[in-house]
Design a binder for this molecule. Sequence first.
Ligand code: WT7
Length: 647
Amino acid sequence: MSQSAHAMAGAAQKLRSPISEQDYRERYRYSIESPEAFWREEMQRLDWMRTPEKIINGHFGENHSRIKWFEDGVLNVSANCLDRHLERRGDKPAIIWEGDNPDHQRIITYRELHQQTGQFANMLKALGVGRGDTVTLYMPMIPEAAIAMLACARIGAVHSVVFGGFSPEALAGRISDCASRVVITSDISRRGGKQVPLKKNVDEALAIKGTDCVEHVLVVPCGEAPIDWQSRDIDACAMMKEQSATCDPEAMGAENPLFILYTSGSTGTPKGLMHTSGGYLLYAAMTHQQIFDLREDDVYWCAADVGWVTGHSYVVYGPLANGATTVMFEGVPSYPDYGRVGEVIDRHNITIFYTSPTAIRAMMRHGDHVMDSSRRDSLRLIGTVGEPINPQAWHFSHQIIGNGRCPIMDTWWQTETGGHMMAPLTDVDNVKPGATMRPFFGVRPALMDAEGQHIEGEGDGSLVIEGSWPGQARTIWGNHERFEETYFSTHPGTYFTGDGAHRDADGDYWITGRIDDVLNVSGHRMGTAEIESALVAHPAVAEAAVVGFPHDVKGQGIYAYITLMQGAESSEALATELNDVVRRDIGAIAKLDAIQWAPGLPKTRSGKIMRRILRKIAANEVDSLGDISTLSDPDVVEALIKERIQH
Ligand code: WT7
């Protein structure tokens, strides 16, 4: 059967959405009107060592916010993800691992995951790691990444996972910010047939100032080549084998930190957002089960890397807390070719597939036939996350990947929110492609205008959340002031998301994208300020301004305007050097798509760069520049338009 005939045949048996319109409305109303009762019921999803009496203790203020959930509750996250499943699900696959090489597979049952986590936890203990200590992970997508996370949780240590695509500089900054005593890594990571030298990057990072806190580096050997062992290094696989598998889970307070995850903001260095043990785990588990309509025999695949929050909440914690089978994929969707995603789905009979619009567009670009090597009959739900999904990508997911049968859950959320905040929670026929539509239970979104007034009914504005939910980050590690300032001072009494949104006449939400200086490149979040500070550190650069522009596959591309020092000459070689400094400070994910040599930058009379204008020029929307009369030197704009880079 051809793809289109296949899709049409399937269209007749369209599958139900996770929740009906009516059930959603009733439960949502209950969650908002009786939050204490609602969350008291929901918290029973977890196994508590001491059941919480205090449910909500929250308040968003301008200078002082209080966010506490289940504060007198005691639990252990790894026991919730492992021990409690052993009786019923001991032989059920917890992790199905698919290597970068399509011939490499591993299946780990709940019993095996429990044993290996116990051994890993005992190894950490033997190295002196305990409650409240921070551990940095810089790992490939292998089961040991999940095992290391769970092992930290088991002994009350706080993990900070750093995405393997970040440079040694970026890694060093994150290690020193949270003063990790131990780093866990591998010799290499395999992606698309190539190898990333993780261990070498760690060695380079530890040569950078501020990383003396590190006492040990645990290395999980993956490659064939000999490893360049340093005195602080330990072969994690060898040491694990000597450990007992029995490790009693530490009793942790609900509000005790579970992990730190660094993410970019509009200013300054990346922020280490701190998530908790109780509220976070409950929220990750609950959203995972309800938004994806999880069932006992599902095989669930979230294609995100554990280095991002999606990997934390929806590869590891949510699925394992729910006793689900979670697929971990080491590779990339394009290797050996773009048929890979469909082949992985068929090989493991995957039922729920969670991915990003950028991955969908990358497949789509190769035509509908990229899916010809697979049938994907097992699929019953597709989720997306990371950026607004454009209608073409939505239809490709629905018609081609999902054979016209599967509901599409476009989930809007953030590193800060811990779990899904909005999704199309309605009957399948009411779903609007491109809209995330409805708040999850207990979540109260609102729109604000530029004057800080609420927008009622249909309109566009700054998206805020009124009131706390259990999954939200509690602080920025080591800098609570910055937390208050970033999220609670813009519209006092609400959480500021940094996103813009449209609310339509039916009350449904459409996310329109960041309204601050944060870029979203292939679903990777990057601060323009970070890239600019890497650029201006180059001796030839006097000033740099970075903006995003619409990019067919990546969502946004990076466009840099560079003003050179007097006497410095622009050249291809210099452009390469500038890309190198960005790669060194941040990583290859921050590659500049366009560099424009700018004689000057448009500024207000008070000296503020007018990014709005730079964004318009980069996007080639020069007919709608808006008011430029307030510029100190309006001629600059003319010059920039003339020299615009085609991309
Ligand atoms: C930003 C958060 C949450 C996991 C992935 C990214 C954008 C995320 C959507 C969506 C429109 C989305 C927002 C948000 N975003 N999901 N479904 N529709 N935009 O996490 O790195 O913290 O980025 O991603 O702009 O603020 P993150």
